[in-house]
Design a protein around this ligand. Structure first.
Ligand SMILES: [Fe+2]
Ligand SMILES: [Fe+2]
Length: 289
């Protein structure tokens, strides 16, 4: 790593340990929606009122509610209360977060790093879609929970990209730049999600999704043998990277512990990557707005 990279990493780790790191804030509308959805006594009508006040959000929510993956009934959902009743508060929350991420990402247009932001957004949506499918096929985890985890798993990268604006020399050295992102995005992402008060499960996803030898624990602190949300996102992340690079499935995937916990064999992986393409595309395009 060059000296600029070292300087960047040093100031970052200092801020993280002192808790003085300036984290991005969740956009207003997402915050409002998040707060109302967390109120246990809230009614679908009240939620609809908050959501209905935001045109982009309304349009996107209906699009997602009507995507092939979530609406198998074939009848088009035309209003927000029905959409929310059908998809649930959590799903509405996921979409609020997805839109918030989109806004954060698109408010940063900075020439050189622009492509990184765009690719990251597309990648997050791919991981969200794959997570949704993997969760449904292999676990009891709700697809909407998997979706939100996928959208947020690399949130630390957004922060790092934005911070790197202050260090233009760092972005000139591609190797250092990529090494810093690879090494730091998980811890930084976990810190952001903690600051945004997302659930422990989601914080863990940000923290451990790149850790191929992770050993998940259960509530009692013992070893967990069933797949958890982080396993789902870990597999989805590898699928998404492969697709983005135009690669096929990697036969070594089945050796990874998370794949074993998910009971993903070659046949199933193929099914998810090839036959689920339409479903993946429908989720991605709905979230994209
Ligand atoms: Fe990652
Ligand atoms: Fe990723």
């Amino acid at each position: 790593m060059n000296s600029i990279g070292f300087e960047f990493v040093q100031s970052l780790s200092e801020e993280l340990s002192k808790g003085t790191v300036k984290l991005p804030s969740l956009p207003d509308i997402a915050l409002k929606i998040k707060n109302i959805l967390e109120d246990p006594d809230v009614s679908a009508k009240q939620v609809a009122r908050v959501i209905g006040s935001e045109a982009t959000f309304t349009a996107r929510l209906l699009k997602v509610a009507n995507s092939a993956a979530l609406n198998s009934s074939g009848t088009t959902i035309k209003d927000i209360p029905t959409a929310i009743t059908r998809m649930g508060f959590k799903m509405a929350h996921s979409i609020a977060v997805a839109i918030a991420m989109d806004q954060v990402l698109n408010s940063h247009s900075m020439g050189k790093l622009d492509k990184y932001f765009k690719d990251l957004w597309r990648h997050s949506l791919n991981v969200a879609a794959f997570s949704c499918v993997v969760a449904r096929k292999r676990t009891k985890i709700k697809p909407d929970e998997a979706l939100i985890a996928g959208v947020l798993h690399d949130v630390g990268k957004i922060y790092l990209l934005a911070r790197m604006e202050e260090y233009p020399e760092l972005t000139e050295d591609l190797q250092t730049f990529e090494a810093v992102i690879a090494e730091w995005h998980t811890g930084v992402g976990a810190a952001i999600l903690e600051a945004w008060r997302f659930s422990e499960d989601l914080v863990l996803v940000a923290d451990e999704h790149e850790m191929l030898d992770r050993v998940p624990t259960n509530d009692q602190g013992g070893i967990r043998f069933e797949a958890d949300l982080t396993d789902v996102v870990q597999a989805a992340n590898l699928f998404a990277h492969a697709i983005e690079q135009g690669n096929e499935m990697d036969p070594e995937w089945t050796e990874i512990e998370s794949f074993k916990r998910l009971k993903l064999d070659e046949e199933l992986i193929h099914e998810i990557m090839v036959q689920s393409k339409e479903e993946i595309d429908s989720i991605v395009s709905a979230l994209q707005g």
